[in-house]
Design a protein around this ligand. Structure first.
Ligand code: HEM
Length: 187
């Protein structure tokens, strides 16, 4: 008996996609906020600043755990092929975009973790970082490369990819009339 190839993402992939989309978009905004606070009040983040960093760190760890699960799930449950109405060059760009998203969802939390000691050293008021309120957060060993530069560069690339990804999804849905959203919606 032959089984028909899938035309939509499975439920777990859909949940992971939207959950991680919310977390990543939130993180990009939260990161911007942290930068603004840093500019406005210089060295002193105050109470609000500290909890903002704790939230940023905790969501970063959650993204790292979820992306491992997502990659394992994707290998075990291959996604549906893109529809034939999507042109070959668009398929190539989509594949590169998806690949870069996966790489960034690993690289961003890791570079953030390695950048944290430098950040904490500059902000003596940041104490008591903890993981989801359960245990102390352990700082990464100090490294000589400027991981914060990679972290900021990565988040800029993620923002650009996000814009490309959303515009492409809207183009396929509304201009090309390919029902791309229904592939990533609960069914
Ligand atoms: C409002 C924001 C977003 C919209 C409207 C959206 C929409 C979609 C849609 C419709 C697909 C299915 C494309 C297909 O049929 O092949 C998709 C796939 C995908 N999206 Fe998004 N997305 C959004 C945000 C994000 C974010 C923030 C990320 C990164 C964390 C992301 C990463 C991905 C990846 C990696 C895939 C491919 C999944 C795979 O094949 O493994 N998306 N997105």
């Amino acid at each position: 008996m032959t089984t028909k190839p899938r035309t939509t993402y499975d439920r777990v992939a859909i949940i992971l996609h939207w959950l991680m989309a919310i977390l990543l978009i939130g993180m990009l905004l939260l990161g911007e906020d942290m930068m603004e606070i840093e500019k406005e009040i210089g060295e002193d983040h105050g109470e609000g600043g500290i909890s903002l960093i704790n939230l940023h760190v905790n969501i970063g760890i959650a993204i790292l755990v979820l992306i491992v699960l997502r990659i394992v799930w994707r290998i075990a449950n291959p996604p549906p092929a893109l529809p034939d109405t999507v042109k070959p060059w668009e398929k190539k760009i989509a594949t590169i975009t998806y690949g870069l998203f996966y790489v960034l969802m690993i690289v961003l939390p890791l570079t953030g973790w390695f950048a944290l000691p430098g950040f904490v050293a500059k902000h003596s008021e940041v104490v008591g970082l903890n993981l989801f309120g359960f245990m102390d957060f352990h700082l990464a060993p100090a490294v000589s490369i400027k991981t914060i530069i990679l972290h900021k560069l990565g988040s800029t690339i993620a923002l650009a990819l996000l814009a490309l990804h959303v515009l492409a999804a809207l183009k396929h849905q509304f201009i090309d009339d390919t029902k791309i959203f229904s592939r990533m919606m609960p069914h």
